[in-house]
Design a binder for this molecule. Structure first.
Ligand code: NDP
Length: 292
């Protein structure tokens, strides 16, 4: 069997077009343009690249972005003061604090300072609590997990009653994606570094989500024939044939898995592009909510 490749890049382009149309409708109706503040602390090159990509994506769909860059030596108090100012600014509907934060900054305190109404990443503990509770709705669904579910649905996966296995239990990917699968009525197993017989557990999965951060750890013979496989991992491995000296691979051994799975996301070009689309969608949602 050769799996269907789930093209996250193409799906994210469709989503961005939908968002751009909605932004235009909002502005034409005389409402304020949605605005996203990006807060970058320090000079982590990967973080700088991510923030640039997010600002560019905002511009493409008509969302205004406001950039705040602070040195790694900035004090905790100054960061929290900035967040409070952004919380009060009516032009700003979403606040994105780029992670990871430099040593010396208490990330938990910074994230807690972001108003839940503007937490477009969806990481606020109360927001995650709402996601976990029956009969309650989160204000924002975290972007990468939302992207995983969107890809599964658009690829035709039946989640209701499916056996879903998530490998990873981080606050930003593994745990929220597992909570979303439960909301979709999938019977969901969460695996982590203490799980016994990971290959055996994976083999029972109709839907397998890998969010580990270990290059190509999930082998082809861990996958149930016909399963839907979503590979969230982004790992650099050395590759002297590439100009930049490395290439990106996922947590799944793609070349093996593609012969067994029913559908699979590639890395790059799978979940990655969906994350930014989710951020844009959450910012638009926040702008609409603020005008009700
Ligand atoms: P974390 O390091 O926070 O979490 C990794 C999880 O994997 C942990 O729960 C850990 O278990 C588990 N794990 C580690 N080793 C093993 C193992 N040998 N067996 C089973 N489980 C294991 O990572 P993130 O969730 O932040 O990110 C995961 C991956 O997703 C990374 O490659 C990251 O780059 C990528 N990513 C991609 C995004 C995108 O847009 N595509 C966005 C965010 C992340 P334990 O809890 O026991 O330690």
């Amino acid at each position: 069997m050769t799996a269907k490749i789930i093209n996250g890049k193409a799906i994210a382009v469709e989503l961005r077009q939908e968002i751009a149309r909605e932004v235009e409708q909002l502005v034409s109706a005389g409402k304020p343009r949605p605005g996203l503040a990006t807060v970058l602390i320090g000079e982590n090159p990967a973080s700088q690249t991510y923030v640039r990509a997010k600002r560019k994506a905002c511009a493409q769909v008509g969302i205004e972005s406001f950039s705040y860059e602070l040195p790694a030596t900035v004090s905790q108090e100054k960061v929290e003061e900035l967040i409070r100012r952004l919380n009060d600014d009516p032009k700003i509907h979403g606040i994105l604090v780029q992670l990871p934060l430099p040593a010396g900054i208490d990330g938990e305190r910074v994230l807690r300072a972001v108003s839940i109404e503007k937490d477009v990443d969806g990481f606020h503990p109360i927001n995650i609590g709402r996601l976990a509770q029956k009969g309650r709705e989160p204000l924002f669904v975290p972007c990468t997990p939302a992207g995983c579910i969107e890809l599964l649905k658009r690829a035709g996966a039946k989640l209701d009653g499916a056996n879903a296995v998530v490998i990873g239990r981080s606050n930003i990917v593994g745990m929220p994606v597992a909570l979303l699968l439960v909301r979709e009525n999938a019977t969901t197993t969460i695996c982590h570094s203490h799980t016994r017989d990971l290959p055996g557990t994976c083999r029972k999965a109709d839907v397998l989500i890998a969010a580990i951060g270990r290059p190509e750890m999930i082998r082809g013979d861990w996958i149930k024939p016909g399963a839907y496989v979503i590979d969230v991992g982004i790992n650099r491995i050395e590759d002297s044939t590439r100009k930049r000296g490395y290439r990106l691979v996922g947590d799944v051994a793609f070349d093996e898995a593609v012969d067994v799975a029913g559908a699979i996301t590639p890395v790059p070009g799978g979940v990655g592009p969906m994350t930014i689309a989710g951020l844009l969608r959450n910012t638009l949602r926040s702008a609409k909510r603020s005008q009700v």
